[in-house]
Design a protein around this ligand. Structure first.
Ligand SMILES: *Cc1c(COP(=O)(O)O)cnc(C)c1O
Length: 222
């Protein structure tokens, strides 16, 4: 199946209110252009340099999402144009994004990444750590970031029950935070969860943004 066919197929399976982030990391601009021509406008990249290069050579109405682990010394390169940063996994990173965004006068959309997987290697706040930090109220001091919701990655396993449990945990945490701290904040509305292998489950559990790469472009050649 072609890139365009894959996009059409996935879009026809999205639940209402769910948006597709086309994860294009490691794929050439020609492949992104095919997705663009099929109507896709949201693209996700995980490396700053790659993101910046692609942004310069593709149409300007693309919304670029950063989905990787962001190093503080590279924030400044994406701040001028990034439309959503998914993986904000520490208070330090949020603080640095706020500082860099202040220099440009932009207010940058961010998702807080929560560690929901059983694996040790994935980045993110633990749910209790995030609840504790939010309850301090410190997040209100950030004037140049817009906290739009949460992002998480489930364990890389075939055990669907476990994956479902992890997505449920993220949704529950989102609901708790919404009630406790973000009730009056309309932009706190996104739950980024679900990839090629588990997006159906993620949508059933309340995802609003699915991040899909290999089901669109095939395997990545590293
Ligand atoms: C690479 C990546 C994806 C896409 O993974 P696929 O399995 O190819 O759909 C989604 N989210 C993050 C954070 C990624 O790094």
């Amino acid at each position: 199946m072609s890139v365009a066919e894959n996009i059409t197929f996935i879009k026809s399976h999205l639940k209402q209110g769910v948006q597709l982030v086309c994860v294009s990391k490691f794929h050439p601009v020609e492949a992104l252009q095919q997705a663009y021509d099929a109507g896709q406008r949201i693209f996700g990249e995980s490396k700053v340099q790659e993101l910046c290069e692609k942004q310069e050579s593709l149409p300007t109405d693309i919304q670029w999402h950063f989905i990787g682990h962001l190093q503080t010394n590279k924030i400044k390169y994406i701040i001028p144009f990034v439309s959503l940063i998914h993986g904000v996994d520490s208070v330090k990173l949020l603080t640095e994004i706020d500082k860099e965004a202040a220099k440009t006068g932009r207010k940058v959309n961010c998702l807080l990444q929560v560690h929901i997987a059983a694996e040790e290697t994935k980045f993110g706040f633990s749910p209790s750590e995030l609840m504790d930090w939010i309850s301090l109220g410190d997040f209100e001091q950030y004037e140049h970031v817009n906290i739009c919701g949460l992002m998480g990655m489930a364990s890389n396993t075939n055990d669907e029950d476990q994956v479902r449990c992890e997505f449920k945990e993220l949704k529950q945490l989102f609901d708790k935070l919404k009630t406790a701290a973000f009730a009056s904040n309309e932009s706190f509305s996104e739950i980024s969860m679900g990839m090629s292998g588990d997006y159906e489950i993620a949508m059933q559990e309340g995802s609003t943004l699915v991040r899909i790469g290999s089901a669109i472009f095939g395997p990545r050649l590293y």
